[in-house]
Ligand binder design. Structure first.
Ligand SMILES: *Cc1c(COP(=O)(O)O)cnc(C)c1O
Length: 471
């Protein structure tokens, strides 16, 4: 090591010195002694690493004084107070964006979370009988009314639901599934892996593009635990294809006394074709085939909190409830409170789209989206932000979240250009504002998709664009 580095290492501040400076600034108002000490140690360690690794040119810039270290520690402690999980504006046009928290919650769901979280609740207490109750009972009545199911159960998410159902029905037994349905949902969630973790044995049948009823039939043996059908949520096979209809699988299952489980993925409770979208079988329609059990997500097309909803025949749902794994996958009171409020909107399905934002974004007419785009442009024009120009244009949005993959949703975007800054630069800057705005980039402009932006978010967009033009 060179002499310069050696002497810098020697001049590193003592922890006590840094703490002495920080105490004068009232550091213990912000964090305990233990925490301050720990942060000091890591800061000095970082200074040491910087001295050892900085290239010669950068070496003079490495701090070694105690005042600099104290400032750094204070900064780190202040940073611990900054919320990392924050709201943002989704201007991407991807309605159920898994990275952006999927479905926003409705007003009532938020109110219920506050109400139930504020005090104690009857989460697992039966108020009529004054004895222990089940947490699922609060929403199972609603779910049965909305889907025609005999019984219902909610777990942490749909991946957990699939794991739990398979483990209950096919532990150490075979689960028969079509090769065309062995999908990856995203984030490394692959159906075959979940099946392995559930301790069920994957019995693939058919081919990627064609699987017939007879393929399932031939695979049935005394080792069969379940027939599994998986919604190929995020892709479609087109062309020369064939799949066994659910009704026929159900008949086959009945004939052999084998339960049939349909993982619907996005579980929809309203008729999307009423809104000019592709028909997606509703949960009620699926259950009408007499399938034994169905699972779907709470935060995809349903537009509620993250949850895995399991509905089906009473005896099977009861069995699933009793599985010890269920305890590890159970949902919390906030999710239940939000789900209950979300589901209530579906009692009048024609009104649900006006209250549930994801459903609204999916079904709203392009005309309404255009009106919003004009309003935003007027607002921004009035704001008179230098260097920016705007243009309204038609484009296509997407459902996202592995829902309706082939559905193009006509939308309207506001294209924004800056006289000097590149679109990538603008995109990055909008990501770093107090309420970040996430946009699409198209060559030298950014696109703000009004399908996923509501009017009460316009202020955040204006603030974000102002910060860009200040640069
Ligand atoms: C999305 C999806 C899942 C996973 O659901 P999460 O709620 O994200 O856990 C499982 N199966 C299918 C078919 C899906 O589309």
């Amino acid at each position: 090591m060179d002499e310069k580095r050696k002497s810098m290492l020697k001049s590193l501040p003592k922890i006590d010195e840094i703490i002495g400076l920080l105490e004068k600034q009232g550091i213990y108002e912000k964090a305990s002694r233990e925490i301050v000490l720990e942060v000091c140690r890591s800061v000095v360690q970082k200074m040491r690493d910087d001295i050892l690794t900085a290239p010669d040119k950068k070496l003079p810039a490495v701090t070694t004084d105690s005042a600099g270290a104290a400032r750094y520690v204070l900064n780190q402690i202040n940073n611990l107070y900054a919320y990392r999980l924050k709201r943002l504006v989704n201007a991407t046009g991807v309605i159920l964006h898994t990275n952006l928290g999927r479905a926003p919650l409705c007003h009532e769901a938020l109110e219920r979370i506050l109400e139930v979280g504020r005090g104690y609740s009857n989460l697992e207490f039966n108020l009529e009988r004054g004895e222990r109750g089940l947490r699922y009972d609060h929403v199972s009545r609603l779910l049965c009314a909305l889907t025609g199911a005999e019984d219902a159960l909610i777990v942490n998410n749909n991946a957990a639901a699939v794991l739990l159902v398979l483990n209950t029905l096919a532990q150490h037994k075979e689960a028969i599934v079509s090769r065309g349905e062995l999908i990856e949902i995203g984030g490394e969630f692959r159906i075959p892996d979940v099946m392995t973790k559930s301790n069920s044995i994957l019995r693939e049948v058919g081919t990627t593009n064609r699987t017939r009823l007879s393929d399932y039939e031939k695979a049935i043996s005394p080792d069969t635990g379940v027939i599994l059908k998986v919604h190929t949520s995020n892709y479609r096979i087109v062309g020369f294809t064939e799949e066994a209809e659910l009704t026929r699988l159900v008949a086959l299952g009945k004939q052999h006394g084998i339960p049939v489980f349909d993982d619907l993925g996005s579980g929809c409770l309203v008729n999307l074709s009423d809104h000019g979208l592709q028909h997606e079988p509703t949960v009620r329609e699926v259950l009408a085939t007499d399938v034994d059990v169905v699972s779907f997500s709470g935060d995809k097309l349903l537009g509620g909190p993250q949850a895995g909803i399991i509905v089906g025949k009473k005896d099977i749902v009861q069995k699933i409830k009793k599985n010890p794994l269920n305890r590890a996958l159970r949902i919390d009171k906030f999710t239940l409170a939000a789900l209950e409020a979300t589901l209530m909107h579906y009692l009048t399905p024609e009104k649900a789209a006006s209250s549930l934002r994801a459903l609204k974004a999916l079904t709203e007419g392009q005309g309404e989206v255009r009106k919003r785009a004009r309003k935003l442009m007027n607002k921004l024009n009035k704001a008179n932000i230098p260097h920016l120009t705007y243009e309204i244009r038609e484009d296509v949005a997407a459902a996202g979240g592995g829902s309706l993959p082939t559905q193009d949703i006509p939308t309207v975007v506001l294209a924004v250009r800056h006289k000097k800054l590149s679109a990538n630069r603008m995109e990055a800057m909008l990501r770093k504002t107090p309420v970040p705005v996430i946009v699409r980039v198209n060559e030298n402009e950014i696109l703000i998709d009004l399908r996923t932006v509501s009017e009460d978010e316009f202020g955040f967009i204006e603030d974000g664009l102002r910060q860009i033009s200040d640069q």
